[in-house]
Design a protein. Structure first.
Length: 290
């Protein structure tokens, strides 16, 4: 069993980005700029946005944070999106989800300029990704693809099973793995909460991606010997062993599943760090395209 170290890989990618930013600036180009819009004070969102801003500093990006309270109106938020669309200095920006219930996430996402949609959530980017055209790919699937590539994990002709069908992870992951190229050329099955014979399908998988948000859902008796297991889950569960009183758990029963795997991602330290790096790669790409 080999551990897929997302933390180590993300550091390597950050060094590559930082080097390219230095070259861009020395060539007289402007510093790449990532902006984030944060609504309310959700603990997970606060932590995630803070990590993004810190990562921007590490690679030499400019960053800015626009904050709103939970009582912000949809019109005010759409106005802020419009300003960021029109701001020539901002190469890419994200509106951190989830948003309060009185605001339409769909409307806000669709208001973002696709050329600045570094989260890869805009329907135009999703559509271009499906056809294999150049697009901003959503951060988590792109991070997983980068890990598969850097660990030289063979995907051609393999059977990949995705557990989860979200528009952010499951669906784009299934498309990316089935597209021509490396990583790619896999035969993909998408499973979900209504799938019959889930265990039997998982046991056929050469590559298993668990992205359903249920801690330790994937058990050892669902995984065949030598499978590659990618754990996308990050659920906070109570813990007496940490100062915070909680710890992150993945969707995979790591202790019992890992001995059966050829490769597996841990939680934390697997897919998570690559998600932020993917956002940086998309921002760098947006800056290059200018």
């Amino acid at each position: 069993m080999q551990l897929i170290d997302g933390k180590k890989t993300s550091q390597a990618v950050k060094l590559e980005i930082a080097e390219e930013v230095k070259q861009m600036i020395s060539a007289g180009m402007k510093q790449p700029h990532l902006a984030a819009v944060l609504v309310g004070n959700d603990g997970g969102s606060e932590t995630y946005v803070a990590a993004k801003i810190k990562s921007c500093e590490e690679v030499g990006f400019a960053s800015s944070l626009i904050r709103f309270g939970n009582d912000v109106t949809e019109e005010e938020l759409l106005s802020a999106v419009k300003k960021l669309n029109e701001d020539a200095d901002v190469d890419g920006f994200i509106v951190q989800l989830p948003l309060p219930k009185h605001i339409s996430e769909e409307k806000v996402t669709e208001a973002i300029d696709p050329k600045k949609d570094v989260d890869g959530f805009h329907p135009q980017n999703l559509g271009r990704m499906i056809t294999g055209a150049d697009a901003f790919v959503s951060a988590t699937p792109q991070g997983i693809m980068e890990l598969l590539k850097r660990y030289n994990i063979e995907t051609k002709g393999k059977h990949a099973v995705i557990i989860g069908r979200s528009n952010i992870v499951g669906r784009p992951m299934s498309i990316l793995l089935s597209l021509k190229g490396h990583p790619g050329d896999a035969t993909v099955t998408v499973c979900h909460s209504r799938t019959a014979n889930l265990k039997e399908i998982c046991l056929q998988a050469d590559i298993l991606v668990a992205a359903l948000g249920i801690p330790e859902f994937l058990k050892a008796d669902m995984v065949k010997e030598g499978a590659v297991v990618i754990d996308v889950g990050t659920t906070r569960v109570p813990s007496t062993e940490t100062k915070s009183g909680w710890r992150l758990k993945g969707d995979v029963d790591f202790l019992n599943v890992s001995p059966k795997c050829s490769f597996i991602t841990p939680v934390p330290g697997g897919v998570g760090p690559m998600t932020i790096v993917s956002l940086l790669l998309n921002t760098l790409k947006a800056a290059r395209q200018k």
